[in-house]
Ligand binder design. Structure first.
Ligand SMILES: Cc1cc2nc3c(=O)[nH]c(=O)nc-3n(C[C@H](O)[C@H](O)[C@H](O)COP(=O)(O)OP(=O)(O)OC[C@H]3O[C@@H](n4cnc5c(N)ncnc54)[C@H](O)[C@@H]3O)c2cc1C
Length: 381
């Protein structure tokens, strides 16, 4: 199964080699166990120039395609989805500034981002606004000092790291209909009266996810991204790119889970033979690899369509649904194949399994993806 161009093939190999030689599975495991953000590798990724890949050339980047970006996300999540999240959340959020930023905002944020000096996070969710993402309550009011923000955001991944600018969905017109009256503000995480607390979650331990309390925090008027009260349009486009990236990363992590389980099945001797020789284990592994290959094809289809500007919200949701469920399923099967050993951090499988459990929730739950797919089917798409 290889229909990549020679250049794409080479790019995929480059990312995988980088992960093996410059990062290593132990580093990813250590960051997870210590709940430490992967600063060292973030710097290396910036030095390698990979943060510029999606940024168009006329904005100082390399102008890479979404497909190439998906290949990068797939490779970088090899040893854990959470590790890749540190880069993905920054890169897909940066694209909102590419698309909607003023020339001043692009100059102020994109260059330092590409050098690895600042990062981005996306903050849509709130305590009472999850799947119903437009039910935003956090309120921003225009004052002579700038936008004054009052409220609470939840699950903002990567926001507690150093030098993060948060793209935050806020309600700016409470009189307007639900999806109208929303705006996106750029909120540096060092802003006064912004209290960011890392949450002790089961997964997403290194990049971290957070709750954010805003108590009359003020950001300058020019920190509005795009047009006031048109923020929902930004979020729709954002979610499409985010879902392609995370789906590719689920596939990368799922592939490693299958490879680890296969290796273990050959090495582990019980009843005087490798457990691989038991048909039930062999078949489990065959099913696992088949599902991962199917998920990869779905992700490549969605990424290819997006790269060619073909409308693909249905295909993106299918990829998100199938790839996230695949990561969850194959890591659960991987746990079974590794037996008791799977429970230890050094097995890595328990980390992959934890990531699989959050995959069907973060970025829009499996149920919401099914809603999007069935809506598109009904509309004849
Ligand atoms: C690790 C992690 C990282 C995250 N990172 C970010 C981030 O960086 N930025 C950000 O903004 N958010 C982030 N999120 C939030 C994530 O997007 C939400 O958790 C997700 O959208 C679901 O919202 P909820 O958790 O409030 O669940 P709810 O919306 O309360 O859903 C609960 C259950 O009800 C189901 N349900 C709800 N509505 C429907 C419906 N209409 N039809 C069928 N079933 C439905 C859901 O599928 C789910 O099973 C993150 C979440 C996690 C777990």
């Amino acid at each position: 199964m290889n229909f990549l161009t020679p250049e794409q093939d080479m790019w995929r190999d480059t990312v995988l080699r980088f992960m093996e030689k410059e990062v290593g599975c132990e580093y990813v495991q250590r960051c997870d166990s210590a709940r430490e953000y992967p600063y060292e590798i973030y710097r290396k990724v910036a030095e390698a120039g990979w943060l510029r890949m999606l940024i168009p050339e006329d904005q100082g980047g390399d102008g890479g395609s979404i497909f190439e970006y998906a290949l990068m996300c797939e490779g970088m999540s090899r040893y854990g989805f959470d590790f890749a999240t540190a880069f993905m959340v920054s890169t897909f959020t940066a694209m909102n500034i590419v698309k909607y930023g003023t020339p001043e905002q692009r100059q102020k944020y994109l260059e330092p981002y590409m050098r690895g000096e600042i990062r981005f996070s996306i903050s849509i969710s709130e305590p009472s606004s999850g799947s119903d993402a437009a039910s935003t309550r956090t309120r921003a009011t225009q004052t002579p000092e700038g936008w004054k923000i009052q409220g609470q955001k939840l699950w903002c991944s990567g926001a507690a790291a150093e030098n993060v600018v948060i793209a935050m969905l806020v309600r700016t017109d409470p009189e307007a209909k639900k999806h109208s009256g929303l705006s996106v503000l750029l909120v540096p995480n060092s802003t006064s009266n912004v209290d960011i607390r890392k949450l002790p979650t089961m997964a997403r331990r290194a990049t971290g996810t957070t709750e954010i309390f805003l108590d009359d925090a003020v950001v300058p008027t020019e920190n509005l991204l795009g047009t006031a009260n048109k923020g929902w349009d930004i979020i729709i486009g954002h979610l499409e790119l985010e879902r392609i990236a995370v789906s590719a990363a689920y596939v990368g992590n799922a592939q490693q889970a299958v490879s680890d389980a296969l290796k273990y099945a050959h090495e582990r001797i019980q009843f005087e033979r490798p457990i691989f020789e038991f048909q039930v284990i062999k078949h489990m592994l065959a099913d696992m690899q088949t599902t991962v290959d199917a998920a990869r094809l779905m992700v490549y289809r969605a990424a290819d369509m997006a790269s060619n500007s073909i409308p693909c919200s249905r295909e993106v949701s299918m990829a998100k649904l199938f790839a996230s469920e695949t990561l969850q399923t194959v890591t659960r099967q991987g746990m079974q194949i590794l037996g008791g050993h799977s429970m230890l951090p050094e097995s890595n499988m328990e980390r992959y399994f934890r990531e699989g459990m959050q995959a069907t929730i973060g970025g829009g739950t499996s149920q919401i993806q099914r809603n999007i797919i069935s809506r598109a089917m009904s509309a004849g798409q």
